[in-house]
Design a protein around this ligand. Structure first.
Ligand code: BES
Ligand code: ZN
Length: 619
């Protein structure tokens, strides 16, 4: 790719070098991939997939166009619980003798393929196994329609290798085409140009013309329909939830326009959202051209759509400019939270964005408290050291909220106008490249601090990034609206009847804050009173429900117990499951049956959630 920014050496001093064979790209070392892209690297993927619900298996042929430097005789791919059937060159049927390296629980197995001079493509015949962790195969009863099975993938962080043999590093980009065969009547969707209708023969063609990293490979197959929401936006869902989803996401096109005004043109053609069945382990996943989302954002009043702003913002921070390794994860998420709140500010006003920031600040403080005095305190640095560990261990509110807080700090120091120009430049100059934290630091020094050395001192940049905890110059956000919510919460705790509280026009964020203020101190009697006034137990707002359920578990409010069990049996979103199961372990009401409940619910969860909960519940 001409003109791409290339990272020189492990110290990651960036420089602009044309990536051609005479002067090959030099990639920064990624501790979570076996690939050696400096020797042989993938450029384009032609994927042929056949999806069998009966066998719960994908059979695939991955044809990789590769670029090889002269001094190597092997190309290395990542695999994890894949069965490799055969390898040939892209141009002949003659099998090539490949080897699989030793199995590592986190990284899987390297696939070594010998290459001869002049070879430009490799064809890998393979199939997935029941252990392929990216895949979730849902039974009909786990879907809204209850009639047909459903499949979706989750590749981030290092699970792409469990359904495609790939150089699975966020520092390596490739374009792709795919040909997917499904049983008749099913729709297949990918992180690519997508069909809007079911095909008659069950065959679908996909093109992703822009180079993306492997963690953005995605596929979903099920009985789904599409509804257009605007010129560039639309929503896919099971027919049973499509109308609700379309209503909730009505403002998407407006969001996209707001995002473009902030940080430049949207380059991915369309922005569609797929609302998945409730087992999806995340709130959202920014698969290019097609965000995957949990149905738990369908609150009925558009109150949880900042999550869509978040995934949309990743179209710039993450998908266009990508963290070079998972140690630089905050570059993806911190930037995206910042961008998300700027979009929400544009659409719904400053006070709305301030509420989001204050709730985020509370999350940050809680995370810092949890990690205090533990070995994991080092994980409160923005630049992580996940070498030898599962990158999923680095996923915490630190990357999101401390990252956000750093960017707000810089914005305040240099002023919004200069800051926005800087961010625009960051995205433009690093488009379609992967970046390290060190590159960001250099860029800040070069384009911001060079003009004013006072800013450098004031910012404390080094401490933010390389030291644990919060630097002394952190200024927590404030929100006038949430201050008055806090006053109501105090009044309630001091005996004011629930029905006399001033809660008119409170948004979901205000209710969340209210519950967070009183959560620890409630009694079961007070909960009953609140429930009579506000019907929290039956709320359709998942964020409010989870806070309420947590209190119910802590304070023995038994009237909510059936609703809690029902929620846990259906919803697989990890962020919700962790606090609920954690509260249950500590509750005398639940302690004895929590494991049984989990065993029952577990089959409805994706491996990503299961892994976290297995650790939580077996300790
Ligand atoms: N890319 C993340 C999800 C993710 C992170 C998956 C790390 C695997 C590893 C996505 O953009 C995200 O941040 N989702 C959040 C929602 C957001 C509003 C904070 C989530 O799922 O909770
Ligand atoms: Zn994100």
């Amino acid at each position: 790719m001409a003109g791409c920014v290339v990272i020189i050496g492990c110290q990651s001093k960036p420089s602009k070098v044309t990536n051609n064979l005479a002067q090959p790209a030099i990639y920064v070392h990624d501790p979570h991939s076996y690939a050696q892209p400096n020797k042989a690297v993938v450029k384009h993927l032609n994927l042929e997939l056949e999806v069998s619900f009966e066998k719960q298996q994908i059979a695939g042929i991955a044809t990789w166009e590769i670029e090889v430097s002269s001094n190597t005789d092997t190309i290395i791919f990542d695999t994890h619980h894949l069965k490799i059937d055969k390898v040939t060159s892209g141009t002949s049927d003659e099998p090539i003798t490949f080897t699989l390296g030793p199995y590592d629980e986190i990284l899987g197995q390297p696939l070594y393929i010998p290459i001869t001079q002049g070879i430009s493509s490799i064809r890998i015949f393979y199939h997935t196994t029941p252990e392929s962790a990216a895949l979730q195969w849902l039974q009909p009863e786990q879907t809204a329609g209850k009639k047909h099975p459903f499949l979706y993938t989750q590749s981030q962080a290092i699970l792409a290798r469990s359904w495609v043999p790939v150089q699975d590093s966020p520092g390596i980009r490739f374009t792709y085409r795919a040909n997917v065969k499904t049983p008749r009547g099913y729709l297949a969707l990918m992180s690519a140009r997508n069909p809007q209708k079911v095909s008659t023969d069950g065959v679908y063609q996909f093109v992703q013309p822009k180079p993306i990293p492997s963690y953005l490979l995605a596929l979903s197959v099920g009985v789904m329909e599409f509804k257009m929401l605007g010129e560039r936006c639309g929503v896919y869902a099971e027919p049973e939830v499509l109308n609700q989803a379309a209503f909730e996401l009505e403002d998407m096109e407006k969001m996209l326009n707001a995002a473009e005004k902030l940080y430049g043109p949207y380059i991915w053609e369309r922005y569609d959202v797929l609302v998945l069945p409730p087992s999806f382990p995340f709130g959202g996943m920014e698969n290019p051209m097609l965000t995957f989302a949990t149905p738990t954002i369908l609150a009925g009043d558009k109150s949880l759509t900042s999550l869509i702003a978040h995934e949309m913002a990743h179209s710039w921070s993450g998908n266009l400019v990508t963290n070079a390794t998972w140690n630089d994860f905050w570059l993806n998420e911190g930037f995206t939270v910042y961008f998300e709140r700027r979009i929400m500010e544009r659409l719904y006003g400053k006070d709305y964005a301030e509420m989001l920031a204050v709730l985020g600040h509370q999350d940050l403080i809680n995370t810092l408290k949890q990690l205090q005095d533990s070995e994991e305190w080092q994980d409160t640095r923005l630049k992580l050291t996940l070498n030898g560990r599962d990158p999923d261990d680095g996923v915490s509110d630190i990357a999101y909220e401390k990252g956000y807080a750093l960017l707000v700090t810089l914005e305040k120091i240099v002023g919004r106008k200069r800051w926005d120009a800087f961010l625009n430049r960051w995205f433009t100059e690093h488009a379609f490249t992967s970046v390290t934290t060190e590159q960001f630091v250099d860029f800040v020094h070069h384009h911001l601090f060079r003009k004013n050395s006072e800013w450098d001192k004031k910012s404390n940049l080094h401490a933010w990034i390389y030291e644990p905890g919060m630097p002394t110059n952190y200024q927590p956000p404030t929100s006038v609206r949430l201050d008055s919510v806090a006053a109501q919460a105090m009044a309630f705790l001091h005996g004011k009847p629930a029905t006399d509280l001033s809660v008119k026009n409170w948004t979901s964020q205000e209710w969340q804050y209210f519950l967070r203020q009183i959560n620890k101190q409630l009694t079961a009697d007070q909960m009953e009173q609140l429930d009579r006034a506000f019907h929290f137990t039956t709320t359709g707002n998942s964020e409010i429900a989870v806070l309420w359920f947590e209190s119910a578990i802590m304070h023995h409010y038994t009237a909510a117990y059936p609703a809690i069990e029902n929620f846990l049996k259906h919803v697989g979103r990890r962020k919700f499951l962790v606090p609920l199961y954690t509260a249950m372990i500590q509750s005398t009401d639940w302690q004895n049956r929590v494991k049984e409940l989990y065993q029952h619910a577990r089959k409805n969860y994706h491996t990503v959630s299961c892994k976290t909960l297995d650790e939580l519940l077996h300790s």
